[in-house]
Design a binder for this molecule. Structure first.
Ligand code: ADP
Ligand code: MG
Length: 259
């Protein structure tokens, strides 16, 4: 099972939109995909149409050990895409987990034990570098970083990279950066273009060729409880996420490709 953390401690940079649409695009290629909502805001769960009443067993219960992965998993309307939902309870987990000796490995242990049903797991991280994000990084082989094509895009990135480095050194030697995806790119805006150039100059090949455009269809989709890719599979945003998924598959270890 390939596990990818979608992480950036800044809010509003496109983590959830990227996680939902990439998960959908990967499922469309035939892969069995698990999306774990690890943000107490639960946007990925809402965006996939899972209402609050259907989240009795969520990532919070999974982390505190009161349910198993198969008990928490919720099928979505997208074929081959399953979800572990999130609720606000998860905000308490950061504090509750601190007491536990295996606090950084909780998610990893669950996925090791029960994750074999899926080919790929995407983890939608919260906008912080606390224990939840650390759990995602410990449980993953790689990290995908959405970066908003706006001024200050690179600000805070060094902190994220430091956290990745620390997790690699202490807990998870195989952890690597899978790629950086530029999001909300506005081609009519010179600043967007300038930022994209700067980011590529600074980070080089780790930046995906595909750039996700700012696209109103992608932002409308969550209120309909479906991924942008289902809401309007022909809009520029959906096409970009399909292209990003192809790049991602090329960068993934080969055994995860669909049979
Ligand atoms: P994060 O998970 O990093 O906080 P989100 O994916 O929730 O970021 O995106 C923040 C907001 O921007 C949401 O309202 C989302 O619908 C919107 N959004 C994300 N990506 C795009 C895009 N490419 N075009 C237009 N709106 C977008
Ligand atoms: Mg989010």
């Amino acid at each position: 099972m390939i596990r990818i953390a979608v992480a950036n401690q800044k809010g509003g940079v496109g983590k959830t939109t990227t996680a939902i649409n990439l998960a959908t695009a990967l499922a469309a290629t035939g892969l069995r995909v698990l999306l774990i909502d690890l943000d107490p805001q639960g946007n990925a769960s809402t965006g996939l149409g899972v209402v609050h009443g259907d989240r009795q067993r969520s990532s919070y219960e999974l982390l505190n050990g009161s349910c198993s992965l198969s008990e928490a998993v919720i099928p979505t309307r997208v074929p081959r895409l399953d979800l572990i939902a999130a609720t606000v309870d998860l905000s308490g987990a950061e504090i509750e987990l601190v007491e536990l000796e295996d606090r950084t490995h909780r998610l990893n242990d669950v996925l090791e034990k029960e994750g074999a049903r899926w080919d790929v797991c995407l983890i939608d991280c919260p906008p912080s570098l606390g224990l939840l994000t650390v759990n995602a990084l410990v449980a993953s082989q790689s990290v995908l970083v959405p970066l908003q094509a706006e001024f200050f895009a690179l600000e805070g990135l060094s902190q994220l990279l430091q956290t990745v480095e620390r997790v690699r050194a202490r807990f998870n030697p195989q952890l690597s950066i899978l790629g950086v995806a530029l999001t909300m790119f506005d081609r009519r805006n010179n600043l967007s273009t300038q930022v994209a150039e700067d980011v590529r100059a600074c980070l080089g090949k780790v930046v995906f060729d595909t750039v996700i455009p700012r696209n109103v269809r992608l932002s409308e989709a969550p209120s309909h409880g479906v991924p942008g890719l289902i809401y309007d599979h022909r809009c520029s945003g959906s096409e970009a996420y399909m292209a990003l998924a192809r790049e991602l598959i090329d960068r993934m270890p080969k055994e995860a490709e669909a049979a």
